[in-house]
Ligand binder design. Structure first.
Ligand code: 16G
Ligand code: MG
Length: 548
């Protein structure tokens, strides 16, 4: 029998957040994500789980974020944030999935089972931070999360509408007060404050212009930038679009994911040739830049570009501050454009690791460097600095020779401007603007550092995407048998050819990526590999066609 204190878990569930669907739901790459009307019981249960998790972590605060990121308005989602502001530990994803799917009748017993299994001390006091994006379904879900927290006698603290990275930041600060103050004001003070500091030291010069256009994806990021904008004292002149007014729909034909995948500029942004534009996603944890040239051609500056820009600038400052023993490394996924990897290793001479898709994998790999820069091509990424790196840089900033000291002081501002917990569009925006300003670059010059290889991404529907297994950071397909051999044969026919396939972690499809020396070749290779997937991995619907 479960302890009587758990009775309320069932009572709350039955009375307020009953499970009304039998559809199985899984804690995926970035939490649970589906149609908002299927989520209330899931979110309630994540309230329960957050309290249990906190009590396994000595009562340290856990976060619950209600968002479906770049998905369209009818979807929503929920993910948990661990005490240091990182994603929920992977081994708990199965526990979350189990709790989300049991019937209401079994909820009390399953909760008791989990508490026992993970050995949670249920007498500990605990506070759980809850944040939500701008979706109209979010307040109701946030309430369900709070009720879950209270059912296990935890204390919910609701932050209302915040970006996902802000909530990660608050959780980190709450558990480690040396990192900052766990409030929205604390976030602005640290990140925007560092930007303003660094701008005092770096005068605007060269082709850099302080005017930046922003596509807010009709989500939360634009709203927060609207608050920040008023405090920038002319250091950056933000012109904000897609702020959610005028009938603009969240992520619809706008936002970072739309711009990256469709390779088109978003609707709703004023078109000015050569103007630099930053495009955020719905919950503001991704950012890509673009500009449209005077012939109406769009040029994308994606996560790979941001990573190389930041890595090269940090390298320059490390050299100038003579912090020679600090090792900087970059982490990418198989989606990184081959040209970016070549540029980083050959020109910047920075080591690169390649890991599986998903922020948690990148973050983890970046921890092995003193300074780890990680970015997915889709614009999610940040920089993390080891304790030793911070200590060394602080020491040089105080005691070094004049030139060393100057570089180290810039690095310290750079560190403060970074949200190290997770990729953060707002923090990344200020980092990028700082480097562009320091180097006097406009967007065209930034783009000219290397030439991307043309690439194409497509998806193929198969009966069961789990028949596809991969190895070597998703670059090699180990099953079904014969598929990798076929891909190798196809790739061999193209100059600079590269292709890989992987099952999506967020959609019921197989993703195909191809790059080659021309766009025509990349498109053709992607189509040929799609056909191979269709033929060997149980394709459904029409067989993919080759381009005309
Ligand atoms: C999620 C991941 C993102 C990844 C994407 C891949 C987080 C916070 N987000 O959005 O990093 O690129 O999934 O989606 O980890 P896919 O598996 O459908 O290609
Ligand atoms: Mg997002």
């Amino acid at each position: 029998m479960p302890p009587s204190s758990l009775r309320v878990v069932y009572a709350f569930a039955r009375e307020m957040h009953p499970k009304t669907t039998d559809i199985f739901i899984e804690y995926g790459t970035a939490g649970f994500r589906t149609k908002a009307n299927l989520l209330e019981h899931v979110v309630y249960r994540m309230g329960l789980l957050a309290v249990i998790r906190s009590r396994v972590k000595n009562g340290r605060t856990i976060g619950i974020m209600i968002t479906a990121s770049h998905n369209l308005e009818p979807d929503n989602g929920v993910k948990l944030i661990d005490p240091d502001g990182e994603m929920l530990e992977q081994s708990w994803e199965a526990i979350a999935t189990k709790l989300a799917n049991v019937s209401d009748n079994d909820l009390e017993a399953t909760t008791a089972e989990i508490i026992k299994e993970v050995n949670a001390n249920m007498t500990l006091k605990t506070s759980i931070f809850i944040g939500m994006d701008t979706r109209y379904t979010s307040p109701r879900l946030a309430q369900a999360a709070a009720n879950g927290v209270m059912a296990l006698k935890g204390t919910p603290k609701e932050f209302g509408i915040v970006t996902t990275p802000m909530l990660h930041f608050f959780v980190k600060c709450r558990n480690d007060n040396t990192y900052g103050t766990p409030t929205e004001e604390g976030y602005y003070e640290k990140i925007v404050g560092a930007f303003k500091n660094i701008r005092q030291k770096l005068p605007v010069y060269g082709n850099y212009s302080t005017t930046l256009y922003v596509d807010g994806a009709n989500g939360v990021g634009g709203k927060k930038l609207n608050i920040i904008k008023k405090t920038l004292d002319g250091e950056l002149d933000l012109k904000l679009f897609n702020l959610g007014g005028n009938g603009g729909k969240l992520n619809l034909n706008c936002g970072a994911d739309f711009v990256k995948v469709s390779q088109k500029p978003p609707v709703g942004v004023e078109h000015v040739p050569m103007q630099r534009v930053a495009s955020l996603d719905g919950d503001s944890d991704r950012i890509v830049y673009y500009y449209v040239d005077d012939k109406d051609k769009m040029h994308l500056l994606d996560g790979d570009r941001i990573a190389t820009l930041l890595a090269s600038y940090i390298t320059e400052l490390l050299t100038a501050s003579e912090a020679k023993h600090l090792k900087l490394g970059l982490v990418q996924t198989a989606y990184a454009n081959g040209a970016s990897t070549a540029y980083i290793t050959q020109k910047l001479k920075v080591p690169v690791s390649c890991v599986k898709t998903g922020v948690k994998h990148l973050h983890h790999a970046a921890l092995s460097y003193d300074i780890g820069v990680y970015f997915e091509a889709n614009g999610h990424g940040t920089v993390i600095y080891s304790h030793d790196a911070k200590k060394t840089i602080s020491k040089i900033a105080e005691e070094g020779e004049s030139e060393q000291r100057k570089a180290a002081q810039l690095l310290l501002d750079f560190i403060d401007m970074t949200n190290e917990t997770v990729g953060d569009a707002i923090s990344d925006l200020f980092l990028v603007e700082t480097v562009l300003c320091a180097r006097g670059l406009d967007a065209e010059q930034w783009l000219s550092t290397y030439d991307d290889l043309p690439c194409r991404q497509v998806k193929v529907t198969v009966q069961d995407r789990n028949v596809i297994s991969t190895a070597d950071a998703e670059r090699v397909c180990t099953s079904p048998e014969g598929l990798q051999t076929r891909i190798d044969e196809l790739v061999a026919a193209y100059a600079d050819g590269r292709a890989f396939v992987r099952p999506s972690g967020t959609e019921d499809v197989v993703r195909v990526y191809a790059e080659a020396d021309t766009q025509q070749s990349a498109d053709k290779l992607a189509a040929e590999v799609s056909q191979a997937v269709y033929d060997l991995a149980g394709g459904v619907g029409n067989r993919p066609e080759l381009p005309a």
